[in-house]
Write a protein that binds this ligand. Sequence first.
Ligand SMILES: Cc1cc2nc3c(=O)[nH]c(=O)nc-3n(C[C@H](O)[C@H](O)[C@H](O)COP(=O)(O)OP(=O)(O)OC[C@H]3O[C@@H](n4cnc5c(N)ncnc54)[C@H](O)[C@@H]3O)c2cc1C
Length: 572
Amino acid sequence: MADSSTYRPPLADYAFILQELFGTDIAARATDGALTAADAEEVLAAAGDFAAQVLAPLSTAGDRIGARLEDGRVHLPEGYAEAYRMFVEAGWITAEAPESAGGDGLPGVVRAGLGEMWNAANAAFALCWLLTAGQIHALDAKASEEIRRIYLSKLVSGEWTGTMNLTEPDAGTDLGAIRTVATPRADGSWGVRGQKNFITWGDHDVAENIVHLVLARTPDAPEGAKGLSLFVVPKFLVGADGTPGERNAVSTVAVEHKLGIHGSPTCVLSYEDATGYLVGELHGGLAGMFVMMNSARVGMGFQATGIADRAAQAASEYATQRLQGRVLDRPAGAPIAEHPDVRRLLLSMSSLVFAMRALGVYAADLLDHEEGVEAALGEFFVPILKGWTTEEAIGVTSDAIQVHGGMGYIEETGVAQHYRDIRIAAIYEGTTAIQSNDLVGRKVLRNDGETAAALFARIDATVAALRGAADPVASRISERLGRALESARRATSALLGFGATRDAFAVSVPYLMLLGTLAGGWMHALAVQAVLGHGEREETDAERLTAADFYTAHHLARVHALAEAVAAGEIG
Ligand SMILES: Cc1cc2nc3c(=O)[nH]c(=O)nc-3n(C[C@H](O)[C@H](O)[C@H](O)COP(=O)(O)OP(=O)(O)OC[C@H]3O[C@@H](n4cnc5c(N)ncnc54)[C@H](O)[C@@H]3O)c2cc1C
């Protein structure tokens, strides 16, 4: 049986996506030629080695032993602190931080690949990176010079890690219900009191200090979300020279026992007049936190792709080794991978993973733009990437168990861990419903469907480019994508007709899934277009055509059913 800790970084796919999928070298386009696709591939290859050799072998121990609270201190399984030290020394945190924050400023198209690989290798470990990276973006956008000098620099170097503190026992989705209070002190600092729940990497022993980014309410602040302000609260108080000293008044009350990601310490933190410092404007906390949340939501897309790919890899490996029964129209001794239905499951998984991966790179590239249609499309794709990939990844990991049969349900194969680990991804950083409310409310209804129409026009261009192609796969993909686009336009008109009513929000999740599925089909159509451009067929071309054919027949076809659901509005 394959070793469950084995991970094969998808370097060939990234090379194809970066060089060919979008008809140009997108790394070079994103960096005005400073970094080519070939350079990006070298970065990804080095990351892939690190992920496969250092992070992946720790994932099973992280799952089985998990993070533990003992004598008031949180401990991680053996090897995690060392892996974190190596991660920092290899410069991976600095590499991804923006140049404005003192990092190397790798473009989104490369960060997408890195994010996927860290998560595929060890999702629980990757959460530490994901939150630190998100906090770097928030502090870079909002923090004062003093906070940048003391905190941001230590986060960018990787010496300290970051957390995101929104949730409280009575404030989950509804941030307006947050009760943690910050009271001003004479020296300009704030005293923070309250309890925060479910704080990812909220306490640990792998770095010198932890910077908590906390949403709290100041005295006399307006009610609801408009009264929230943002504070940095360090685990250890920091001297003027940036050295950590005494312990701040933040204690770890518990480490949660949970379904998956056991290697990630999910903490209940108690703030007992802890010293904090205001970030950005008073009562402007939500805008600052949104910078971190947006970064984390995109990161969830990479987490979903990574975990899904890891599960699909395990399933494909198992299916080529397991013999069971005579396979129809195949010689004796053919493995289960050749049974038509197992082949269906394998193609379903791999074609979804490609669609998620390509869409992740596309969205990350859009998000590097600050204005215009590209920037608007980038914002449009944040909830789609987060919501659609995480929901699909749950299905992919479930299919991976199915391919393993009974052994999939037995922990020893390792595939059950992926199923357990991914389940949270559709819940944290805003549930799928919250993503779809954002998509429908802010990004479709508020601009009368203008951004959706811009996306549809781009997809239309691909449909036209493939229409009537001599290659039969290309021509049927054009036809299927064209019909899916019609359904998507019909669903969008229905939604615009509903306006901001219960009808629209009752079908916002089907609408989000429709757009994600459609965009995935578009990514496959672009792949077909790139393959048709090859003078001589390459080894992987046939696989790409089969994946696109399968995706558009089995997954893209769901768009029509989803459009029916959208048009129905609220039932009852
Ligand atoms: C392992 C783990 C790690 C986490 N890490 C962090 C972290 O680092 N920092 C942090 O601050 N939080 C963290 N969280 C909290 C997480 O973000 C919340 O659990 C999540 O936002 C949902 O909030 P809730 O659990 O209170 O559910 P609720 O808000 O009670 O939601 C319950 C259900 O109601 C639905 N619902 C609620 N409001 C609406 C609405 N307006 N429209 C439609 N449906 C709605 C939800 O979609 C969901 O299905 C973590 C949670 C877990 C389990």
